[in-house]
Design a protein around this ligand. Structure first.
Ligand SMILES: Cc1cc2nc3c(=O)[nH]c(=O)nc-3n(C[C@H](O)[C@H](O)[C@H](O)COP(=O)(O)OP(=O)(O)OC[C@H]3O[C@@H](n4cnc5c(N)ncnc54)[C@H](O)[C@@H]3O)c2cc1C
Length: 393
């Protein structure tokens, strides 16, 4: 058991993108941080996703979700630039959004010029017909979340204790005490940040006056090895050497297709995902979800979908599944839970389908707030992100 009364020491529950981002940002400000995770190592939760996109969200009125996501993507790309290896851990490739339903509309007076109608050359490079409606996001790319988590946790001042399954949190005097299922104290601190995604609910539910409606949303990615691709498709084994057959950048719009990225097994791979399944608290890999992802690819990139049909057989396709943790307005819950009644208790959770884009920004917000610095975001944004929105009067 460790105990901390030092004002610049904090405990974080959860070593995924959210918890590691909070720990990193606190450590940058001189805090000493202990991160507890029930798993034996990295990537047990949604942040074990083999690869995902940091990509903006656009809306005709450049709504709050669009603005926050854009700021989040910028923060993530800067963090990736500082901590990760280009080409193997992440790449600022740009992303083409196939505007399938025609629902996505750019603001008429864009606040930034990083998203624009895709050019004929970009649409052609994706292998789509010239008339395809599409948006080009220049400030976007792929990231392997596990690499970002690892890098953030390796910061001086951050210590991780694996195999710490927190069963309950309780305030004793001015310390937050976290205990395991046997009631043994695992650690104590004046400052506790809950960043354990959907499982935060079980820890927070017993606290009076706070009801954060976190929900699980299962998702599966299907992937395979580039070396298994045949014919023209197989020509592209290096992400920096474009082939006419595979898009040289990720394509999203109905799920996303990414290629030329190392697989969890090591060799370069291709990825199509992801499925969405509500009310499921487990994340097994399912054969029927590979079939759903095959249809997704055929819709997103019809010619490629046809060319890759043979890749979805049981001998070739591999899968990864995890639980996103969502909140009703698609914005996370960040900040103090109730600074009067529960001082020292903070949260950063509910990243939904955008943890890669949002967790770094939320970590910065949390750490600045805990350090009594001016907040890095406009007050109106903070109001919509604030966990206090779920505190009951
Ligand atoms: C299929 C799929 C595709 C996705 N694609 C994208 C994408 O392209 N772009 C994007 O931005 N986002 C994407 N996401 C979302 C993104 O992966 C998540 O938002 C993000 O990883 C959440 O990070 P987190 O740290 O909040 O949660 P997690 O990564 O789930 O981490 C929670 C951690 O808490 C630990 N924990 C839980 N309970 C306890 C406890 N009681 N005691 C101790 N430890 C505990 C767990 O072991 C885990 O390590 C995707 C998610 C899925 C599932």
């Amino acid at each position: 058991m460790s105990r901390s009364a030092d004002p610049r020491q904090a405990l974080v529950i959860g070593a995924g993108l959210s918890g590691s981002a909070v720990a990193f940002s606190l450590a940058q400000r001189g805090w000493t941080v202990t991160v507890l995770d029930r798993a034996r190592g990295l990537g047990a939760g949604a942040s074990g996703l083999p690869v995902g996109l940091a990509a903006p969200h656009v809306s005709p009125d450049d709504n709050l979700l669009s603005r926050i996501t854009r700021a989040g993507v910028e923060a993530t790309l800067q963090r990736a630039q500082a901590l990760l290896k280009t080409g193997t851990d992440w790449a600022l490739t740009g992303v083409l959004e196939h505007n399938l339903a025609g629902k996505r509309r750019l603001p008429s007076d864009p606040a930034d010029h990083h998203s624009s109608p895709a050019s004929a050359a970009q649409i052609a490079a994706a292998g789509l017909p010239p008339v395809t409606p599409a948006i080009w996001h220049a400030q976007a790319g792929w990231i392997r979340p596990r690499q970002l988590v690892a890098a953030q946790l390796q910061t001086p001042g951050v210590r991780v204790r694996w195999g710490q399954d927190v069963h309950a949190i309780e305030r004793q005097g001015d310390l937050w005490t976290v205990t395991d299922a046997q009631g043994q104290t695992l650690s104590q601190s004046r400052f506790l940040v809950v960043a354990s995604a959907f499982d935060s609910l079980a820890l927070l539910r017993p606290l009076p006056g706070f009801a954060v409606p976190l929900n699980p949303l299962r998702g599966q990615v299907s992937y395979g090895l580039m070396s298994d691709l045949e014919g023209d498709l197989g020509a592209q084994h290096n992400p920096f050497h474009a082939s006419p057959a595979l898009p040289p950048f990720p394509v999203n719009g109905h799920g996303s297709f990414i290629s030329g990225v190392p697989t969890p097994e090591g060799p370069l791979g291709w990825y199509i995902g992801s499925t969405f399944e509500r009310n499921c608290e487990q994340a097994p890999v399912r054969t029927e979800d590979h079939a759903a992802n095959q249809v997704r690819l055929a819709t997103l990139l019809p010619d490629l979908g046809q060319a890759m049909a043979g890749q979805f057989g049981p001998d070739r396709v591999r899968g990864w599944a995890g639980l996103r943790c969502t909140l009703p307005n698609r914005l996370p819950a960040v900040g103090p839970i109730d600074s009067l009644r529960m001082p020292g208790l903070w949260i950063s959770a509910g990243m939904g389908a955008r943890g890669i884009s949002l967790a770094v920004l939320c970590g910065e917000l949390t750490a600045a707030w805990m350090s009594h610095e001016p907040l890095p975001l406009p007050p109106a944004w903070v109001k919509h992100l604030a966990a206090q929105r779920y505190a009951m009067a």
